[in-house]
Design a protein around this ligand. Structure first.
Ligand SMILES: NC(=O)c1ccc[n+]([C@@H]2O[C@H](COP(=O)([O-])OP(=O)(O)OC[C@H]3O[C@@H](n4cnc5c(N)ncnc54)[C@H](OP(=O)(O)O)[C@@H]3O)[C@@H](O)[C@H]2O)c1
Length: 336
């Protein structure tokens, strides 16, 4: 039998600044073989690029850090090549932590492994109907708790999570303001995703534009970015406003902790609330949430953009796109 070659990117160094190819090592070795009942061998088809991978490279977070020399951790979708598990058969599509490699040997009972639902295209299963959509859904609805007529501001609004969060806010009857980098992204927010207003933070004064667009303040700020944009949003918080701490991508490549937001005391003055969440804590309710997201998607209420790069050799470059803002919508890498 022909030997299958497993191409991999392994972590070579912990990044201190911007993540790049120099933090990884390319390795080629024979693909693993099944050695026990319950295992499956999966051929990677698509890898998900997620800002949290920068954290996994650097330190222990909600998951232990990727060890130096270990295959870079990454969520992905693949096809089962061989199976010694009763629930999975060769040819089936599955989603799991596959890592930056062609072949992953998985324990069929591991909690993060599941079949890709029938009838859903892989990029959709990995974006709006996957972890990204669930992050937007639970973050906005459970933490932000928007009410009809309120003003909801979203940062990284043309990104995977932000674009869905803003559109769910519109479906709750809210006025939506998206903040994104560059005119193309802002045009997409207005023309396709139907945000009520867009702010190009690279070319406009965010604080001035928020004052203009949110004269009665911000009721819900869905924050993907942190840094100065968070500060500008805190300064405009409405009475009883909520700040959803989804992420802080502006800080992920900093070598030192970011300075705290200067306007945090507005939480006191406005009786506001700022609360973080981790989507993994809501996965027991994923089924109903995916059903609702799918209903909106199929009804044309939610528009999705997926940005697909190709080739395992481009994995480090593709991850980096998230931090330069090169992606529009969910960043995926097609491997197989
Ligand atoms: N809490 C959770 O459970 C959870 C789960 C998943 C993701 N997240 C968080 O959600 C956020 C979005 O993740 P995603 O996967 O949907 O990625 P994404 O928004 O599709 O991509 C990241 C975007 O962030 C923007 N960005 C990058 N650097 C920036 C900076 N310095 N200042 C302002 N904007 C910057 C870029 O857009 P521009 O061109 O507009 O700058 C880029 O396109 C991240 O913070 C991530 O950590 C949280």
């Amino acid at each position: 039998m022909e030997t299958r070659i497993n191409r991999q990117w392994r972590l070579a160094a912990r990044p201190e600044g911007m993540v790049g190819e120099e933090h990884f090592r390319w390795v080629e070795e024979p693909a693993p073989e099944l050695t026990a009942d319950g295992q499956l061998l999966v051929r990677t088809l698509y890898l998900s690029c997620d800002p949290t991978q920068r954290g996994w490279m650097a330190r222990d977070t909600y998951l232990p850090a990727v060890a130096i020399g270990e295959v870079m951790r990454s969520f992905g979708v693949g096809r089962v090549v061989e199976s010694r598990h009763p629930r999975y058969a060769a040819g089936q599509l599955v989603q799991a932590q596959l890592g930056w490699q062609d072949y992953a040997l998985l324990d069929g009972d591991s909690p993060g492994l599941s079949a890709v639902p029938e009838g859903i295209e892989i990029p959709i299963a990995m974006s709006v109907l996957g972890i990204t959509g669930l992050t937007a859904y639970f973050g906005l609805l459970e933490i932000g708790r928007p009410r009809a007529g309120e003003t909801v501001v979203v940062s990284a609004a043309a990104g995977a999570t932000g674009s869905v969060a803003g559109q769910i806010a519109r479906l709750q009857g809210c006025r939506t303001v998206g903040i994104a980098g560059g005119p193309e992204k802002c045009r997409w927010l207005l023309d396709e995703a139907r945000f009520d207003a867009a702010i190009d933070y690279r070319h406009e004064d965010v604080a001035a534009r928020l004052a203009e667009l949110c004269p009665r303040g911000i009721d819900v700020y869905f924050d993907n970015v942190g840094g100065e944009i968070l500060d500008a949003a805190l300064a405009r918080l409405a009475f009883g406003g909520r700040v959803v701490v989804c992420g802080a991508i502006a800080d992920y490549n900093r070598s030192e902790l970011a300075p705290g937001p200067r306007h945090y005391l507005n939480l006191l003055l406005q009786r506001g609330r700022m609360e973080g969440f981790l989507v993994l804590d809501y996965l027991d309710r994923a089924g109903a949430a995916v059903a609702e997201l799918r209903w909106w998607l199929e009804g044309g209420e939610i528009k999705v953009r997926v940005d697909i790069q190709e080739g395992l050799e481009n994995a480090p470059r593709t991850l980096r796109r998230l931090f330069t803002g090169a992606n529009l919508g969910k960043q995926l890498l097609k491997v197989g």
